[in-house]
Structures are given as C-alpha cells and as structure tokens.
Design a protein around this ligand. Sequence first.
Ligand code: HEC
Ligand code: HEC
Ligand code: HEC
Ligand code: HEC
Length: 504
Amino acid sequence: MKSINEIVKNKPWLGWLMFFATMFVVFLLGLLASSIMERSAEAQFAYTPLVKFDSSEPRNEVWGQNFPREYQSYYRTADTTFKSEYNGNVMIDELEEDPKLVVLWAGYGFSKDYNQGRGHYYAIEDIRNTLRTGAPMNGEASAMPNTCWTCKSPDVPRMMKEMGIAEFYKGSWEQLGDQIINPIGCADCHDAETMNLRISRPALVEAYERTGKDITKASHQEMRSLVCAQCHVEYYFNKKKIEGVPYLTFPWDNGMSCEKIEEYYDKIEFSDWTHQISKAPMIKAQHPDYEVYLTGVHADRGVSCADCHMPYKSEGGQKFTDHHIQSPLNNVANSCQVCHREETTKLIENVYERQRKNRENQIVLEELLVRAHVEAGKAWELGASEEQMKPILMDIRHAQWRWDYAVAGHGGSFHAPLETSRIFSTGIKIAQDARIKLSRLLASYNFNQEVPYPDIASKNKAQEYIGLDVKKLKADKQEFLKTVVPEWLEKAKKRESTYQVKNI
Ligand code: HEC
Ligand code: HEC
Ligand code: HEC
Ligand code: HEC
C-alpha cells in the first residue's frame, strides 16, 4: 500500500482536497460549538427572573413573566376540544349521559348538576356555575361551606396564611367569593423562592402526620404525584374536630383502600346525606384518583402522575415540563411512548379496552342500585321498621360507596384496571345481598311482584321522578352570575392592584 505522502506527490490536487475537507469539518464544529453556547445563553435568559413577587402571589400571569413556557403550556388547559371515548376536556353533562345518577344521588346536590371535569383553567368558573353551590344573593348563605374552595385556587394558600386554616374552612361558600379568583396554578404546586414542588394544602400534610409519616421526607419522584394528591383524593368535612368547622380531612387513618376508608367512615358513623328514596345513610366518594392509582402497576413501577399528565416537551432547544395537564391520550407520543414502543393506536386501544370492560360492570351495578333504592322505598311504604331496614340500608350504603369510589376519579379504569374491576364486583355482590333481603322483607308484607323500574330515560325525566325543580334553580343561578359575580371581580381587581411586583 502506498503512503499518503506518495499519493499526494502523484496527485497534488488530492492534498488540497484533504486540506479543504479538514477546514470544512473544523468550520462545522465551530458552528456547532457556537450554537451550543447560544442555546445555553438562551437557557440562562429563559430562567433569569424578570420580576420579583411575594411568596403568596396567586396570579399565574405574574409567575408567567418569569416562566413563559410553563405558563403558556399551563394556559392550554383552557382548550376544550379533545374528546376520548369516555373522557377528555369537553364539557360532558354526566346526568344527561347517564340519568341513573340522578336517582343514585337523590336528595343530594349532585342530582341537580354534575359535569365531568375540564381543564384546571375552569376550576373557578365551574364552581361558580354549578347548581350545587346555589345562588347566594341578598345576604343569603350558600348551602356549601368555604371548604369547597380548597381545591380550586392558589388564592387558597394565600388566604389560609392570612386567616388561619380552621378560620378559612369556617363559614359559607359565598363569603370568600371576592377572594378566591385565580384558577388552580403555580402557587398550588411551587415554592415561589426556589420553584421546588411544595405541598400547599394542610389536609395532605395532616393525613401523613396522623399515620406517622413525614411528607417533607417524600422523594422527588413521589412529589411528582403528591402535588396532585393535594386535590385528586378522597376527603370529607370533619365537623367534630373543631366545633362548627367543616374541617377538610383525608380518611386514610386505617389505610387507603376502598374497604379501609369505608371502615373509617362506618366507625365514626359519617354520612354525607340520607338518601331521599331508600333513607340509606350515604357516603359520596369524591375523586380518589391518587388512592386508586397507588394500586396499579404504573405506581408499582414508580411512574408518577406527572410522568403521564405532565411529560417533558422540547421547544427552541429548551426541555421543559409540559404544564398542559389533560388526558394523556391527546399526547401519546410524549406521555406513553417514552416508555412504551407500541403504536399510538395500539396504546389508545389498550386504554379503551380496560375502560370498556370496567364500564360493563359499572352499568350492572348502577341498575342494581337504582332497583335497591326503589325497593327500599317500597318497603318503607308498606310499613317496614327501622330495625328491619337497617342491615339493608347498610348494604346499599356500602354497594353505592364502591360504585362511586370506582367511577368518581374518571381515570381509575386505566390507572388500576384490576382494582377497579374488583371494587365493582364486590359492589355488585353487596347490592345483590341488599335485594335478596329486600325481597324477603317485601314478601313478609305480602308483596310478591317486581317493584317497577322508574322511567328515567332522560335527565329531565329522572329529575322529575325525584321531584326536583331545576328550572327555578337555573333561573336563580343566572341572576347570581349576573349580579353577584361581577361585584366579586370588581373587589378582587382593586385588591390585587395593591400587590407588590418589582421589575428586576
Ligand atoms: C388545587 C387542586 C388541584 C391540584 C393540585 C391538581 N388538580 Fe387536577 N383538577 C382539579 C379540579 C378542581 C379539576 C376540575 C376542573 C373543572 O372541571 O373545572 C381538575 C381536573 C383535572 C383533570 C381533567 C382535565 C381535563 O381537561 O380533562 C386532569 C387530567 C387533572 N386534573 C390532573 C391533575 C394532575 C395530574 C395533577 C398533578 C400534577 C393535578 N391535576 C393537580 C384540582 C386540582
Ligand atoms: C399541579 C401542579 C403544578 C402546577 C399548578 C404548576 N406546576 Fe410547574 N411543575 C410541576 C411539576 C410536577 C414539575 C416537574 C418538577 C420536577 O420534576 O422537578 C414542574 C416544573 C416546573 C418548572 C421547572 C422547569 C420545568 O419546566 O421542568 C417551572 C419553572 C415551573 N414548573 C413553573 C410553573 C409555573 C410558572 C406555573 C404556573 C403557571 C406552574 N409551574 C404550575 C407541577 C405544577
Ligand atoms: C401511566 C400513565 C398515567 C399515570 C401514571 C396517571 N394517569 Fe391519569 N390518566 C391516564 C390515562 C391514559 C387516562 C384516561 C384518559 C382518557 O380516558 O381520555 C387518565 C385519566 C385521568 C383523569 C381523568 C381525565 C379526564 O380527561 O377527565 C384524571 C383526573 C387523572 N387521570 C389524574 C391522575 C392523577 C391525579 C394521577 C396520579 C395520582 C394519574 N392520573 C396518574 C394516564 C395516567
Ligand atoms: C415512565 C414509564 C411509563 C410511562 C410514561 C407509561 N408507562 Fe405504561 N407501563 C410502564 C411499566 C414499567 C409497566 C409495567 C409493565 C412492565 O414492567 O413491563 C407499564 C404497563 C402498562 C400497561 C399494562 C399494565 C396494565 O395496566 O394492564 C399498559 C396498558 C400501559 N402501561 C399503557 C400505558 C399508556 C397508555 C401510557 C401513556 C398514557 C403509559 N403506559 C405510560 C411504564 C410506563
């Protein structure tokens, strides 16, 4: 083989070619280096704070000046165009979709109005709009306590700091209407000084303390779920802790499973309401997303809520956390395919399959529950005694608790498909037990026919069946939105204009 020297001697142009090729490569490397330097300068620029604000600043717009990418992605939760088979961010009227719910919640606020959750952006608007908070006007009080604001706004930690925790929970819902203005945001999950994730809601810290755990010891990965567990959990208003205060409490003292929480409620004889037809002492499940998620395989493998609902995103050379919290099915590439190699359609199908199969049992359980309530109503009508009814009503309470616990989070069928399916099936068994006892009891009063299934084919019919006058409620609500809410906004604007924001 000839040496390079010899080759170049014979063909001098080749030498020049090699020279220029080398120069070209050096030039490209130079470009790359400059681009990297520019990007890191950009990165520094992006994280150089422009404004300084108070640690309890509630306005997302103000935080957004320092962190425009997170802010802009966060405000995409205002989008309401994505619909998956069962969820998404479009407004779904759940009572219209499934009128059986009206009967299951008869005598309770949820039978008036219940929509499936939308983006965080709408948290304040939706709580004002729902018929459940009523139309508190002219000094009249809402039937709901202030505690209802707790999972809606970064104004909540601000007010708790000002008023004290128990004082915050005290009083009826309209009392803080001009204070709780900004939708769920930065201050709910972040420390303003360090931008570290933080737990801003005392109920979660207290629940940890009662079970001998210290939440400040949680790992970084756990925090990526615990920030969500401030709100996406089961809770109740404990009226016995401090006289006259509906104190927000997570019922985790005996454990976090559906059965352990039920045991907790049974022991303190807690009920949210007495069912209008069956007179059963009912428990309303809230949204135990976190508790159910913990029993699934993803939690078992250390995958956090944020891994799927807040994946990383790249923009202009910047990697950041996508704050557009939504159904991950609208973003499978970033939410799932960082870990799973399957096609998008396949992964979506996997989710739907689990949801559809659980839905089958859900519908069976709902129908049994409607029947059990109506049959219990018949038994009372025929003269059944409290003592005869007691075990039946406890069955109805437990069966409906299971149904609600499994559906209320909206993600359970995927987060933990096996656990969700197990809960539905134990619910079905208990509802059947109630109905066997009921048919014996009815027979003892010589009633041996089927108690007719009510005509509840639509939301209207179902609400009529339970004697609810929604027209009046709606008219009052419109008046409230037109007169009271603008006053709240006016007051809030004045107050916020006094907050200190310094340019740096
Ligand atoms: C301060 C309380 C709070 C915190 C913290 C919170 N959420 Fe929410 N979340 C809500 C409320 C309230 C809604 C319903 C808003 C509505 O419909 O008006 C909601 C709605 C949602 C939805 C439905 C959105 C849609 O468009 O379909 C998802 C998904 C969700 N949250 C996930 C999360 C995740 C994941 C976390 C943690 C990273 C989290 N949330 C933290 C209170 C909270
Ligand atoms: C529901 C909780 C939640 C809310 C609300 C929230 N964040 Fe975050 N944020 C997170 C999580 C989770 C991370 C990832 C943190 C980690 O893994 O270290 C994060 C990360 C960040 C980071 C670090 C850089 C990055 O992108 O990873 C910044 C900056 C940030 N958020 C700013 C904001 C701003 C500004 C707002 C308000 C517009 C906001 N966040 C609202 C949960 C939240
Ligand atoms: C492995 C990924 C993954 C993890 C981890 C995860 N989720 Fe989900 N979540 C999903 C999927 C998929 C759905 C179903 C979305 C659909 O049907 O459109 C969902 C649905 C939801 C919904 C209902 C969404 C809607 O559009 O109404 C909420 C709320 C929710 N999850 C909250 C949470 C919370 C809180 C955690 C942590 C405690 C969590 N998720 C953990 C993937 C995940
Ligand atoms: C951070 C990694 C990670 C992310 C993100 C993730 N997964 Fe997974 N997933 C896992 C692991 C780990 C398992 C357990 C199976 C294993 O160990 O092989 C799993 C299991 C599953 C299973 C089978 C278990 C079951 O519940 O029946 C399905 C289906 C699944 N994932 C779908 C999804 C979908 C859909 C998304 C996006 C919404 C997603 N995963 C996001 C890591 C991830």
